[in-house]
Design a protein around this ligand. Structure first.
Ligand SMILES: [Zn+2]
Length: 71
């Protein structure tokens, strides 16, 4: 069976301690691995992300991560 293959961009941001500025930490490309024509949101199992998308350009997803405390 063919895969959906829908794509999206995931941007992970964080706010460095002591600032109020969001910076981009990582950019990833997501690819839906579900069966072509599936119901519901697209899903990239590898990255654990879901998204919905219409026709046209791949959507941009934003995810915020707090900076991990140094240990
Ligand atoms: Zn899909």
């Amino acid at each position: 069976m063919a895969e959906c293959g829908s794509r999206a961009h995931l941007i992970i941001t964080l706010t460095p301690e002591g600032t109020t500025t969001n910076i981009v930490r990582r950019r990833m490309e997501l690819r839906c691995g579900l069966v072509e024509g599936h119901d519901g949101p697209h899903r990239d199992a590898e990255h654990g992300e879901e998204w919905t998308a219409g026709p046209g350009r791949p959507p941009m997803l934003l995810r915020h991560e707090d900076e991990e405390p140094g240990s």
